[in-house]
Design a protein around this ligand. Structure first.
Ligand code: ADP
Ligand code: MG
Length: 302
C-alpha cells in the first residue's frame, strides 16, 4: 500500500441517531452525530462512559444499524447495502481491536494461527497466508512469540497480535475500542506508537476510542463525544505534526492541539462542563450577544 495522505473523504456520519429499547426504557445513544473522516486519518474519540463511543464504532463497523441518519463509507451508504455486501464490508473494509483479548483472539490458537485464521475467507492459499502472517508478526514486533498462545502473553502482547489480526485482510479502516483499557501506561504508549506507525506506513485510517487523554493527544485529531454528539475537536497544529516523535507527553498534552467547538447544521454549539464552570454558568439560560464580530455567552445573572 502506498504512503498516502489524501484529502479524500472516507467516512461520513450524517445526523446519526441510535436508540436502544430495553423493556420500558429507551436510551438515545447517538443524538444526531455529524462527523467526517478523511482517508488516512489517525484520530481518537474520547468521552465519558456512556456517551456513545462504542455505539459509533459499531455503526461505522457495520455491527449496528443507525435508527436514523446516514453512514457512508467509500461513497456507499451502509443502510442501502444488502446483507451479503454487509458481510463483505465487515470482513474486508473494517478491522476491529477490542479492549478484551477474548474478543480479539482464539485462546486455543497460537499467535501465528490466529492471524492465519483471520485470512480464512480471503481466498489466499495456505502458503500465502503463512507468509502474510509472518510479515504481520514482524510489523507488530511479535515475531518472537509466533508460536505462543494468548494466555502465555502479556496484555500488551495480546493487543499487538489483535492488531495484526485486525489488519490481516488489509482493511481501509481500523477501529479500536479502548484497546489499551486493560494495560499499564508504558505498554499503552507503545501500542499507541504502533498505531502511528501502521497509519504512516500502510496509510490505513485508524479510529481509536480511549479514556486516556495522553494517548489521545498523540494523534492528528481528537473528537470529544458527549451525550451522543461531537462537542469539541482538537486538531494537531502543523508544526507539532512534523516533530511529534521528539516531543514529550507533557508537551503533546499541553499545547500541540488547537481546540474547536463543533457548530451543527441547526446552529447549535455544545459547551463542555469545564467551559461552563470556568465561565460561572450554572443555570439553563444564558445571554448570547454579538460584539465586534464575536459571539459572547454570559451567565443569566451576571
Ligand atoms: P460508551 O462506549 O461511550 O461508554 P456506549 O456507546 O456503549 O457508550 O453506550 C451509550 C449509551 O447507550 C449508554 O447509555 C448505554 O447504556 C446504551 N447502550 C449501549 N448499547 C446498548 C444496548 N445494546 N442496549 C441498550 N442500551 C445500550
Ligand atoms: Mg464503550
Amino acid at each position: 500500500m502506498a504512503e498516502v495522505m489524501s484529502e479524500e473523504t472516507l467516512i461520513v456520519c450524517d445526523g446519526l441517531v441510535k436508540i436502544f429499547k430495553t423493556e420500558d426504557v429507551e436510551v438515545m445513544a447517538l443524538q444526531g452525530l455529524d462527523m467526517e473522516i478523511k482517508r488516512g486519518e489517525l484520530m481518537s474519540v474520547i468521552g465519558k462512559s456512556g456517551s456513545g463511543k462504542s455505539t459509533l464504532m459499531n455503526i461505522i463497523g457495520g455491527l449496528e444499524k443507525p435508527s436514523a441518519g446516514k453512514i457512508i463509507t467509500n461513497g456507499k451508504n451502509l443502510s442501502e447495502m444488502t446483507e451479503k455486501e454487509m458481510v463483505t464490508y465487515r470482513k474486508k473494509t473494517v478491522g476491529f481491536v477490542w479492549q478484551k483479548s477474548e474478543r480479539n483472539l482464539f485462546k486455543y490458537l497460537t499467535a501465528l494461527e490466529n492471524i492465519e485464521a483471520a485470512m480464512n475467507f480471503s481466498g489466499k492459499s495456505k502458503k500465502e497466508k503463512r507468509s502474510k502472517a509472518l510479515e504481520l508478526l514482524e510489523m507488530v514486533g511479535m515475531s518472537h512469540k509466533k508460536d505462543s498462545y494468548p494466555t502465555k502473553m502479556s496484555g500488551g502482547e495480546q493487543q499487538r497480535i489483535a492488531i495484526a489480526v485486525a489488519i490481516a485482510n488489509e482493511p481501509d479502516i481500523l477501529l479500536a475500542d479502548e484497546p489499551t483499557g486493560a494495560v499499564d501506561t508504558k505498554t499503552s504508549n507503545r501500542i499507541q506508537d504502533l498505531f502511528r506507525k501502521l497509519n504512516k506506513e500502510l496509510g490505513i485510517t485508524i479510529i481509536i476510542v480511549t479514556h486516556d487523554m495522553k494517548l489521545a493527544a498523540k494523534v492528528d485529531r481528537v473528537v470529544m463525544i458527549s451525550d451522543g454528539k461531537i462537542s469539541t475537536e482538537k486538531i494537531m497544529k502543523q508544526e507539532y505534526r512534523e516533530k511529534i516523535d521528539s516531543l514529550t507527553d507533557a508537551e503533546l498534552v499541553e499545547d500541540a492541539h488547537e481546540e474547536f467547538s463543533v457548530l451543527d447544521k441547526a446552529g447549535r454549539v455544545q459547551l463542555s462542563d469545564e467551559m461552563l464552570e470556568s465561565a460561572g454558568i450554572d443555570t439553563n439560560k444564558v445571554k448570547v450577544t454579538v460584539e465586534d464580530g464575536k459571539v459572547i455567552i454570559t451567565a443569566e445573572n451576571s
